[in-house]
Design a protein around this ligand. Structure first.
Ligand code: SF4
Length: 695
């Protein structure tokens, strides 16, 4: 706590929006926050902040905050305010009734990647130890689950390899499927500083983003590909590197599996992966692919940054693997200035995955089928663990439609608004018998809920978030929970009511338990984080007591790096005569995800609606003028937006953001998903667009 003027004081905490994880001083008068000031000592942001973070406190005190637990036996009934005890006992009795009737696997839990590590850890423990199954998932499922898979199988760890600071040593920066200017603004500024110092920039994106062309930065190459063709482009880059012998044989021989390289080289050097063949698929000129490949491979230090434009595809995991292949082939792993760097969308995507919030992995990415791992957790938790992986989010919806999944505990996620194919989601929720929503607002998912438990905002929490560079940062409670209970306390109450005792005095004890059970966290504690200036990058253990800024130095986490073939098969969503355009999606600077928080702050001053970008030729063909209302129809549904005619998108591609519920972006996205992880193919939806009268 830093004391200031009369009645004023401040506490240092961490922004709860994006994966940059900026450190802030929350300045308060009494119990009210009056300002958020970026912390000059914050290692991820070094005194900088973006427009989202500066105004984030606004939603925490918004009049829409829900402060009382509520229940109703049918969703057509009005809500009834009840005590915490009644709400928890009702939930426990409903979950017990459902499990008695439909079996132990008929309930599950979701935890948002907005929640702290400690909260995420407790939810997966609740599901595994108290529910007795592995039906736990997190919204990382719908954003970066392909990162977890792709980096684990190639490099051995489901995480980015570098610090943000590392970009200042890059000579060539490759940005694939990401627009950090809007989605990770503070890191984008650092990247732009490096580019102004002379680093080269290659952008792979279907749209001309602010990263490609702006007053402050101009890409050297923009590979403006058709959405859904990432794998083809990554393969073509590899083709040029291998065929022109630009790869690093010494690095490969010393650091990678020889057989896997030989097999991959044979796979890549097929004619179908040549720039000329890929030009026909992707629309990117072959000479640009060649030039970009040479620039990356010839760099002293080449780094790759990627975002949801890589992962949210039917081949999301394949592209992540392809990116890791490129980095290994060119020796760009294991030192500063290089690496494979996923730009995580939410503040704690990395952390929620680290904490075992996936149905197949216990904390520390250890598979539930491994009996040694299970025995360790069973001894610590005093329970018997299920060796079978549980249901992923989309499988929960399917099981609900089959009548076998009937109860859901949902902490901090608005699945109705954020998951694809809204009609399918709402039909599944309507089929369930007890849905519990724990949130700060009565969100869209709460319309289908039987129990509402008021959540706490980031300003009311003690705990940690882990950002995109594996940095575990302290989140500090600057005001008491407005509803009287912290989210972690509510999870404990539910567990106790279900008969599995859970008792902690403070979130620091939860982190101590995490550290005792997770090899990459054994040196992590609130005390240690404070001693090291407010954050630590994992792995932090006996081998690395001060944390690990750069991973895979000298040796990959899996031992030898593994090349894996990346066969291109294209998007799940195909254009047809009925749906001839491809819709892709992204973000704007002032709003965050589905906008539940930013729409309740001053950020609405800058942006107040989602619009549909359409190329002038496609607009002309359909008689659409700038600002006209247009109907957008896909195989899943339809919605209406205002048109923005721009050459930022290419012919055949339309683009929108998804920050406002009335725009219904996810009414039109479909259930098509990544082959390995079920991450939705948000970035490719086949649509038709036509003018309509004002809705
Ligand atoms: Fe930093 Fe991201 Fe928060 Fe902006 S939204 S202040 S870049 S953490």
């Amino acid at each position: 706590v830093i004391m200031m003027g009369q009645g004023e004081h401040s506490k240092i905490t961490t922004c709860a929006y994006c994966g940059v994880g900026c450190s802030f001083k929350a300045e308060m008068k009494g119990n009210e926050v009056v300002r958020m000031v970026p912390n000059p000592d914050g290692k991820a942001n070094q005194g900088h902040a973006c427009v989202k973070g500066r105004f984030a406190w606004g939603y925490a005190t918004h009049k829409d905050r829900m402060l009382k637990p509520m229940i109703r036996s049918k969703i057509s009934d009005p809500w009834r305010e009840v005590s915490w005890e009644e709400a928890i006992n009702y939930t426990a009795s409903e979950f017990k009734r459902i499990q008695a009737k439909y079996g132990k696997d008929s309930i599950g839990g979701l935890v948002s990647s907005r929640c702290t590590n400690e909260e995420g850890y407790l939810v997966q423990k609740l599901v595994r130890a108290a529910f007795g199954n592995n039906n736990v998932d997190t919204c990382a499922r719908v954003c970066h689950s392909p990162t977890g898979y792709g980096l684990k199988v190639t490099l051995g760890e489901s995480a980015g390899t570098q610090t943000f600071e590392s970009v200042m040593k890059s000579d060539v920066i490759v940005v694939i499927g990401a627009n950090p200017v809007n989605a990770h603004p503070v890191f984008a500024s650092q990247m732009k500083r490096r580019i102004r110092q002379g680093a080269k920039l290659i952008v792979v994106d279907p749209r001309t983003t602010e990263m490609v062309k702006s007053p402050h930065v101009q890409a050297d190459y923009h590979l403006k590909l058709m959405p859904g063709t990432n794998v083809a482009i990554v393969n073509a880059l590899a083709y040029v590197i291998l065929s022109e012998k630009l790869h690093k044989p010494e690095f490969i021989a010393e650091r990678c599996e020889a057989d896997s390289f030989k097999e991959w080289e044979h796979f890549i050097l097929q004619e179908e992966n040549s720039p000329e063949a890929v030009e026909k698929i992707s629309g990117v000129p072959a000479e640009d692919i060649r030039a970009a490949a040479r620039m990356y491979a010839n760099a002293k230090n080449g780094s790759i940054y990627y975002g949801l434009g890589v992962t949210e595809h039917a081949q999301g995991s394949t592209t992540v693997i392809g990116i890791a292949n490129l980095a290994m082939a060119t020796g760009n792993v294991g030192r500063e200035g290089v690496g494979v760097n996923p730009l995580r969308g939410q503040n704690n995507v990395q952390g929620s995955c680290d904490m075992g919030s996936f149905p197949h992995e216990l904390p520390g990415y250890r598979h539930v089928s491994d009996s040694t791992t299970r025995a360790e957790f069973e001894a610590a938790w005093n329970c018997v663990l299920d060796p079978e992986p549980g249901l992923r989010i989309p499988n929960m919806f399917d099981a609900a439609m089959d009548g076998t999944f009937m109860g859901l505990y949902c902490q901090g996620e608005d699945i109705v608004q954020s998951d694809p194919d809204t009609q399918h989601v709402t039909a599944a929720l309507s089929a369930m018998e007890c849905i519990v929503v724990q949130d700060i607002f009565l969100n869209e998912t709460a319309k289908y809920a039987h129990v509402f438990l008021p959540g706490s905002s980031f300003l009311e929490k003690d705990g940690t978030f882990t950002n995109a560079e594996r940095r575990i940062s302290r989140v500090r409670k600057v005001m008491p929970p407005k509803a009287g209970k912290g989210d972690w306390e509510v999870t404990c109450m539910l567990s106790n009511a279900l008969g599995y005792p859970m008792s902690y005095k403070h979130p620091r004890e939860i982190m101590d338990e995490i550290a005792s059970l997770t090899p990459t966290f054994t040196g992590v504690s609130f005390k240690r984080i404070d001693e090291l200036g407010g954050s630590i990058q994992w792995p932090c253990n006996d081998a690395a007591p001060e944390g690990t800024p750069t991973m895979h130095i000298g040796e990959f986490v899996r031992g030898k790096g593994k090349f894996i073939d990346t066969k291109y098969f294209g998007a799940g969503e195909k254009v047809t005569r009925k749906f001839p355009l491809i819709l892709t999606t992204g973000r704007i600077l002032s709003q965050y995800n589905v906008g539940a928080q930013t729409r309740r702050t001053h950020n609405n001053m800058w942006h107040s609606e989602d619009r549909l970008e359409i190329h002038p030729q496609d607009a002309l063909d359909r008689g659409i003028k700038h600002n006209d209302w247009v109907g957008i129809e896909s195989r899943a549904g339809q919605t209406v937006l205002r048109a923005e005619i721009t050459e930022n998108v290419q012919p055949g591609v339309v683009y929108t953001t998804f920050h406002f519920p009335e725009s219904g972006a996810n009414v039109i996205t479909t259930s098509s998903s990544d082959w390995a992880t079920n991450c939705p193919e948000y970035k490719v939806t086949a649509v038709q667009v036509m003018p309509v009268t004002q809705p």
